[in-house]
Design a protein around this ligand. Structure first.
Ligand SMILES: Cc1cc2nc3c(=O)[nH]c(=O)nc-3n(C[C@H](O)[C@H](O)[C@H](O)COP(=O)(O)OP(=O)(O)OC[C@H]3O[C@@H](n4cnc5c(N)ncnc54)[C@H](O)[C@@H]3O)c2cc1C
Length: 255
């Protein structure tokens, strides 16, 4: 955006003066992925002109200054906050079962601990297993798999069959950092891809996950358009359009 889109939309602004910081509270970027993915993603961001600062725990922002617990403040008029999401727990759940991120403790069958028939799946569920001692990652595949296991368990319970404990099957994780830049981790067999190849894998998989051939085709065409034009088809006009008188005169003269 800094290199191609913003200079087109705001030709009057000198974007060489624009600085982009990525402030990460933990010691590395993409901490939930492999060490190699963390290293590569940081390298890619820096290649794109982003100043990456890790171990930077933001304390406050007053509209002008970002202050930290452990480092010098940084002046900025714009902060994009992307530090996680929080569950929305309905009233009536025992507060002692609510853990970090507003997640509710469940057993291995996604039943809220101590309840008779209250279940929680996905992001809002906090389930400890030998493999995931601090709960599962808040990603879509965990939610989908928990939903599927719980549905099967309901059928099993109805048929008086034994219930199956939830076990997350990690198919791998990937993240895109920018154009032609992505990282992919596959747990079994242990593989790591990066760069253009990983980016193609990311694009292909996300394209396949889109429902409907028509939607898939339109997203693909949109991506192609963006890739070759370095532009986006959406423009938000938030200033009144002013057409100078000289414009019409100029058009007449030209024709
Ligand atoms: C910006 C962003 C990017 C992400 N990217 C990825 C990614 O690339 N890959 C990946 O695997 N995961 C990604 N995730 C995580 C993924 O979206 C979640 O893990 C997944 O959506 C969790 O599914 P869920 O069904 O548990 O919750 P949600 O999808 O959040 O669904 C919960 C629903 O409950 C509704 N709701 C909330 N409160 C109430 C209420 N009181 N009454 C009724 N309805 C209510 C909400 O409106 C919402 O629709 C991303 C998340 C974010 C925020």
């Amino acid at each position: 955006m800094k290199l191609y889109i913003l200079p087109k939309d705001y030709p009057e602004i000198d974007f060489s003066k624009m600085k982009i910081y990525l402030l990460e509270g933990s010691p590395e970027t993409l901490a939930s992925m492999s060490d190699q993915s963390s290293i590569d993603s940081k390298k890619y961001l820096e290649k794109l002109g982003v100043t990456v600062i890790t171990n930077a725990r933001v304390q406050n922002y007053d509209g002008n200054m970002v202050t930290f617990e452990n480092m010098q403040p940084i002046g900025s008029r714009l902060v994009i906050w992307a530090a996680g999401i929080k569950g929305n727990i309905p009233a009536g759940i025992d507060p002692s079962l609510i853990v970090r991120g507003n997640r509710v403790k469940t057993d291995r069958y996604n039943k809220v601990i101590g309840s008779e028939n209250v279940y929680a799946i996905g992001d809002v569920a906090y389930m400890e297993t030998p493999k995931y001692v601090h709960g599962h990652p808040q990603v879509a595949s965990v939610s989908i798999q928990q939903g599927s296991t719980l549905a099967k368990n309901f059928i099993n319970a109805f048929k008086n069959k034994p219930l199956k404990e939830f076990e997350y099957f990690d198919k791998g994780s990937m993240a895109t950092v920018g154009r032609n830049l992505a990282v992919v981790d596959i747990p079994k067999p242990k593989l790591h891809f990066k760069g253009f190849f990983a980016w193609i894998i990311w694009m292909t998989l996300h394209l396949m996950l889109i429902l409907g051939v028509k939607n898939r085709l339109f997203v693909f065409l949109n991506w192609l358009y963006n890739y070759f034009t370095h532009d986006q088809s959406l423009r938000l006009l938030f200033r009144d359009f002013y057409k100078p008188k000289s414009y019409d005169a100029g058009v007449k003269k030209a024709s």
